[in-house]
Unconditional design. Structure first.
Length: 372
């Protein structure tokens, strides 16, 4: 175990995911609810009587199976319903400690896909569901906690526009409605779907991978024939002296998630702090200051080594984006090459134009275990 300097990123959503707050048009999660004027109705009286008859524990179990959109609608019914929803521990803790995540889920239009119990389970689970390292992010199509490395590299965390997915896997717009669809934050708005889920649905509907690929080839041929027909029509109009625009050819990516499609990476991922039930503390993710300095000040030499020069996520970059639980850092410091370099963090490269993460530094030391 060793001591070292750490920090918590002040704007993780901005510095890592590049989600700027302006286009999102947040609604304040802290705004007090104002109940509408009460009007006597049989429906309202019946629902209110049902709420007052059932034990609170039973009501909470029911609410845990509702999604965020439904809870928001229930909260607007009347004052009694509002108090009931706000008494739900999962809703109260998420609203208090992860408001930005909830706002982003609303902005990406996926609040209605999953019950709040699923979200709260991930809120209280610190580890990436794929690799087991600490994960300060939430992958929305599956509502699973994840780390940066898996989001950036693993095929399980790839999304693509619905139009491309339908073409590649022989699906219709109606078929895709059964999958969780998210919208990207920054314009132009596109409907995105998880590639793994869409591929599994395509194989299920077509019976085999071969049949699915045959449908893809048929659709590609149909698009090409349609384009050629429009070109011939345009040529005839041109020969007749009529003004007409040249037909537009729809670009068809050969593979999803590759060859330029990596721009959709991280578009369905949001920051998500971890809630420790035992200590009742929040952990958004702690970073090694030495690893950050090593990358931001241009000390990394990965580009000089043949084994890492072409790697999309070389070791120095991986260390820069790696987040930890605070208790994990002493073990990391023990083997960290950047810590052993003993950098003076006050020496800043003035010629660097790239952004630097903001965060207050603090020292993390191994906890002393006193034998009883």
């Amino acid at each position: 175990m060793a001591s070292g300097t750490a920090y918590r990123c002040k704007n993780l959503h901005l510095d890592v995911l590049h989600f700027f707050p302006d286009p999102i048009k947040f609604k304040s999660t802290g705004k007090l609810y104002q109940a509408p004027p009460s009007k006597a109705s049989k429906t309202r009286r019946r629902s209110k009587a049902l709420i007052t008859r059932l034990p609170l524990e039973i009501l909470h179990l029911i609410l845990l199976n509702l999604d965020l959109t439904s809870l928001g609608m229930l909260r607007r019914v009347d004052t009694t319903s509002r108090r009931l929803v706000e008494s739900l521990p999962a809703y109260r803790l998420l609203r208090k400690h992860a408001p930005y995540t909830l706002c982003l889920m609303d902005a990406t239009r996926c609040s209605s896909h999953f019950p709040i119990q699923w979200i709260f389970t991930e809120f209280c689970h610190p580890w990436c569901r794929t690799c087991g390292e600490f994960g300060p992010y939430l992958y929305l199509p599956t509502v699973s906690r994840s780390c940066y490395k898996c989001n950036y590299l693993r095929p399980e965390y790839q999304v693509a526009p619905v139009t491309d997915v339908c073409l590649h896997f022989g699906l219709t717009q109606k078929d895709v409605k059964s999958l969780p669809i998210t919208y990207n934050i920054l314009p132009p708005k596109r409907r995105l779907v998880d590639i793994t889920q869409a591929k599994a649905l395509g194989r299920q509907l077509h019976g085999s991978y071969k049949a699915m690929r045959q449908e893809y080839q048929r659709r590609r041929k149909e698009l090409e024939e349609n384009y050629q027909q429009r070109v011939q029509k345009w040529k005839r109009q041109k020969q007749q002296g009529k003004s007409a625009r040249c037909p537009w050819r729809q670009p068809i990516p050969t593979t999803l998630g590759m060859n330029g499609e990596t721009s959709w990476r991280m578009q369905a991922t949001v920051t998500f702090p971890y809630w420790d039930r035992r200590t009742q503390t929040l952990e958004p993710g702690t970073f090694c200051r030495a690893c950050t300095y090593h990358w931001e000040e241009g000390k990394a030499k990965d580009w000089r080594r043949m084994e890492t020069v072409f790697h999309p996520h070389p070791p120095s970059r991986e260390a820069y984006f790696r987040a930890f639980l605070e208790a994990e850092l002493p073990q990391h410091f023990l083997h960290c090459a950047a810590v052993k370099a003993n950098y003076n963090f006050r020496e800043i490269l003035l010629t660097r134009t790239g952004p630097r993460r903001e965060g207050t530094d603090f020292v993390v030391a191994p906890k002393k275990i006193i034998a009883g």
